[in-house]
Design a protein around this ligand. Structure first.
Ligand SMILES: *[C@@H]1O[C@H](CO)[C@@H](O)[C@H](O)[C@H]1NC(C)=O
Ligand SMILES: *[C@@H]1O[C@H](CO)[C@@H](O)[C@H](O)[C@H]1NC(C)=O
Ligand SMILES: *[C@@H]1O[C@H](CO)[C@@H](O)[C@H](O)[C@H]1NC(C)=O
Ligand SMILES: *[C@@H]1O[C@H](CO)[C@@H](O)[C@H](O)[C@H]1NC(C)=O
Ligand SMILES: *[C@@H]1O[C@H](CO)[C@@H](O)[C@H](O)[C@H]1NC(C)=O
Length: 505
């Protein structure tokens, strides 16, 4: 199948010069944004961008963990094709010499630059952010990111701690700044000094609102009001234990540790949940402000994308953080501004996925005429996609159908939550179960099945848990309907669609 569409051609001809591309990745950002209807949010800059953009209201990540999600987005291949579910393999050395999104732009007349967190740093990008393949310039990482785990959060008792909730006075921080302020400065410097004839592909990755929730204290000013708690602060009825993520990363922060929350199912006190939501929103206002500054310096012939690697639960289902297959962990914001094509806010409600971004940008810029769909055996093709261009659903009212379903997955070491191995973030060698999840407009259906971490083969005959949530009556995924006999036909049909997978949706 071929992804080239007529509309890409139209876009191409209406733009005299190839447009620049600005891709902004916001780490762990769920759609807690004004434009996505979050009343607790204060995000005027992203909302303003949205008023001249395509706003995807049903966009999903392939796995709710940074490295697998980012490598998937950047290669347009799913975690199963990259064999990456943790942080510890690099696809070029482990599966194939696959071309990345920035690499294709670099090879076709663009100057590509990475600032901040685009690839997950470390082994999964060969400790080089996939240089030299993906980037023309040397990737930039903020110096002060090294204080990420430092005791720099002031507590009520006046001591410094390694807290989750961590509003700070910037001047008093080690290095006198914060990582995202450094990244913004570097991006602005790049834009000011860039004089090349070539268009650029600039990727800017902000670290917040990833934990710790460390941000300039003044952003709390927008969040003094009452915080509305999620109404579903408990485990869904009939939820299998394998689906539960015990949010160890949150429990291990000093301020949360003090609460002695029992492992694995203990609940966060409501008053602390409120403060987490308040501070997450304040950290998001901080990033929104930085994005606002950046956008002021962007010229009007630039495609602008604002998105995230996955969501983050804030008390929904009694859970925090990512590490699951629920909507709160997989649902992401996705905003795309295309010069001359989007002068107003255009809501796109169709189901879309992060793997779709690569073919969409190729389609919009026509840097190569076609991107093939990757073939079935994981693919020896160096350049192909496991997504679809979104341009047809963006530009054509007739083609507004889109995908029937989207897919996410999450691994587990065992059927019951564990601290060792960490069932939120199992390493490949400990992965024995894979939760495969399909989301249609109406349902989320998940099967947690046996998985062989050496052959990468799932065994659909050995099931550790199943979940079915009906979004028509239960948008928050509170009631697992999978045990209801009257739904057997539906469950069988979802099971078949799940096994067939993304190629048939
Ligand atoms: C992988 O791809 C890169 C860039 O296309 C190329 O330079 C390199 O030689 C390839 N490596 C192998 C082992 O084929
Ligand atoms: C990854 O890094 C190692 C060590 O720096 C290097 O030897 C290897 O060639 C790199 N892999 C690729 C595909 O560039
Ligand atoms: C948590 O446990 C510690 C040590 O057992 C105890 O000193 C502390 O008071 C407990 N805190 C709460 C909030 O229960
Ligand atoms: C939550 O309430 C407890 C007990 O009422 C109190 O000790 C604690 O300081 C409160 N925590 C926050 C973050 O408001
Ligand atoms: C972009 O800016 C230039 C120069 O300010 C202006 O001439 C042009 O009309 C603008 N184009 C769009 C699409 O706004």
């Amino acid at each position: 199948m071929i992804v080239l569409v007529l509309f890409g051609f139209l876009v191409h001809h209406s733009i005299a010069l190839k447009p620049n591309v600005l891709m902004v990745m916001v780490d762990d950002l769920r759609p807690a944004l004004g434009v996505y209807g979050d009343d607790n949010a204060y995000t005027p800059n992203i909302d303003k961008l949205a008023r001249k953009s395509f706003v995807f209201t049903n966009a999903f990540a392939q796995q709710a963990l940074c490295a697998p999600s980012r490598n998937s987005l950047l290669t347009s291949r799913r975690p199963d094709s990259l064999h990456l579910y943790d942080f510890y393999s690099y696809w070029r050395d482990s599966v194939g010499n696959f071309t990345t999104l920035p690499q294709l732009f670099k090879d076709h007349g663009y100057y590509t630059q990475s600032i901040g967190k685009i690839f997950h740093p470390g082994i999964s990008s060969n400790n080089t952010d996939d240089s030299p393949y993906s980037w023309s310039g040397k990737p930039f990482h903020p110096r002060t990111e090294k204080y990420k785990e430092s005791k720099v959060c002031m507590t009520a008792k006046g001591i410094l701690a390694r807290n989750l909730i961590c509003p700070v006075i910037v001047d008093a921080q080690p290095g006198g700044t914060l990582p995202d302020l450094e990244s913004l400065a570097e991006a602005e410097k790049f834009l000011k000094e860039y004089k090349d004839e070539k268009p650029y592909f600039l990727a800017v990755g902000f670290h917040k609102p990833h934990l710790p929730l460390k941000f300039p204290v003044e952003y709390l000013e927008h969040h003094r009001g009452e915080v509305v708690l999620p109404v579903n602060r408990w485990r869904p009825s009939f939820m299998p234990t394998v689906a539960w993520n015990p949010w160890l990363d949150v429990k291990n922060r000093d301020d949360i540790k003090e609460l002695n929350i029992s492992f694995p199912f203990g609940l966060m006190p409501d008053n602390v949940t409120k403060e987490i939501i308040r501070n997450y929103n304040a950290a998001t206002s901080y990033i929104d402000d930085l994005i606002g500054s950046l956008l002021e310096k962007i010229d009007n012939n630039t495609i602008i994308i604002v998105t995230s690697d996955h969501g983050w639960s804030r008390g929904e289902h009694g859970e925090f953080s990512k590490f699951s297959n629920f909507d709160v962990a997989t649902h992401i914001p996705l905003i795309i501004h295309v010069p001359r094509l989007s002068n107003t806010e255009i809501i796109i409600p169709q189901l879309v996925e992060l793997v779709d971004l690569f073919p969409t940008l190729v389609d919009l810029t026509q840097i190569v005429p076609t991107l093939e769909i990757c073939n079935k055996n994981g693919s020896n093709l160096i350049l192909c996609t496991e997504g679809h261009s979104l341009v047809p659903i963006m530009v054509s009212k007739q083609a507004r159908e889109g995908k029937k379903a989207v897919f996410s997955q999450y691994p587990r070491p065992g059927a019951f939550p564990s601290e060792i191995p960490d069932s939120d973030k199992p390493r490949l060698k400990n992965i024995n179960i894979m939760g495969y999840s399909i989301r249609t407009t109406r349902y989320r259906y998940t099967e947690w099945i046996k998985f062989n971490h050496t052959t990468f083969m799932p065994d659909w005959s050995k099931v550790y848990g199943k979940e079915l949530y009906d979004h028509l009556i239960d948008a928050l995924e509170n009631m697992n309907l999978v045990t209801r006999p009257e739904l057997n036909d539906l469950i069988n049909s979802m099971h078949k669609q799940l096994i067939l997978g993304w190629r048939f949706s």
